[in-house]
Design a binder for this molecule. Structure first.
Ligand SMILES: Cc1cn([C@H]2C[C@H](O)[C@@H](COP(=O)(O)OP(=O)(O)O[C@H]3O[C@@H](C)C(=O)[C@@H](O)[C@H]3O)O2)c(=O)[nH]c1=O
Length: 162
């Protein structure tokens, strides 16, 4: 992790962004979130959860040491997603990537360990985010330390949400 870098805009190595297609019919819509025949085995989910975020509210910035997150933003609402590559050994170390995803641009975003990430609900309604990380939260039986570095309370953090 590097907290002293000035981050430049760009694309982060190993972050995967995949538009989620919707199958629309007279009942509504259906979208696939992930498939084992399309994912690298190393990022295969171990669990899944959804969270609801109120309009204008942000979650993160957070970072994981070992965990890869597989987020799906498919609505309702839209999110501004912030990513910072803080991996010293990455070809895109020092790069900040911003995405918009959600109801108007359904998207899967895979975030590897060491990439600091946050998202804000930039819509006018509550928004759902699905996440299928490749590690169990707090380990087997929730008996381990949570793999998470939380940057939101650091005053001089370079990971600022605008
Ligand atoms: C993530 C998670 C949380 N929880 C519990 C812990 C707590 O009581 C409540 C809310 O958890 P948190 O405050 O950690 O939720 P949150 O701040 O939304 O955490 C998430 O933020 C986004 C930006 C990420 O990057 C995710 O990886 C995760 O870190 O839910 C679980 O039981 N299982 C889980 O898998």
């Amino acid at each position: 992790m590097s907290d002293t870098l000035v981050y430049k805009k760009g694309r982060i190595h190993d972050v995967v962004c995949k538009p989620l297609g919707k199958f629309l019919d007279e009942r509504g819509w259906l979208t696939e979130l992930f498939r084992s025949d399309e994912l690298e085995p190393s990022v295969m989910p171990a669990m899944a959860y959804i969270s609801m975020t109120l309009p204008g509210v942000a979650r993160g910035p957070h970072e994981h040491v070992d965990q890869t997150d597989l987020f799906c933003f498919m609505g309702p609402s839209n999110f501004k997603v912030y990513l910072w590559d803080a991996r010293p050994d990455s070809p895109s170390c020092g790069v900040k990537q911003v995405l918009y995803a959600g109801a108007d641009a359904p998207m899967m975003v895979i975030v590897p360990p060491g990439v600091v990430h946050a998202y804000r609900n930039v819509g006018l309604e509550s928004g759902i985010v699905f996440n299928a990380p490749n590690r169990l939260y707090a380990g087997e039986g929730k008996r381990e330390t949570v793999d998470e570095i939380r940057h939101e309370e650091l005053v001089d953090s370079p990971f600022q949400l605008d």
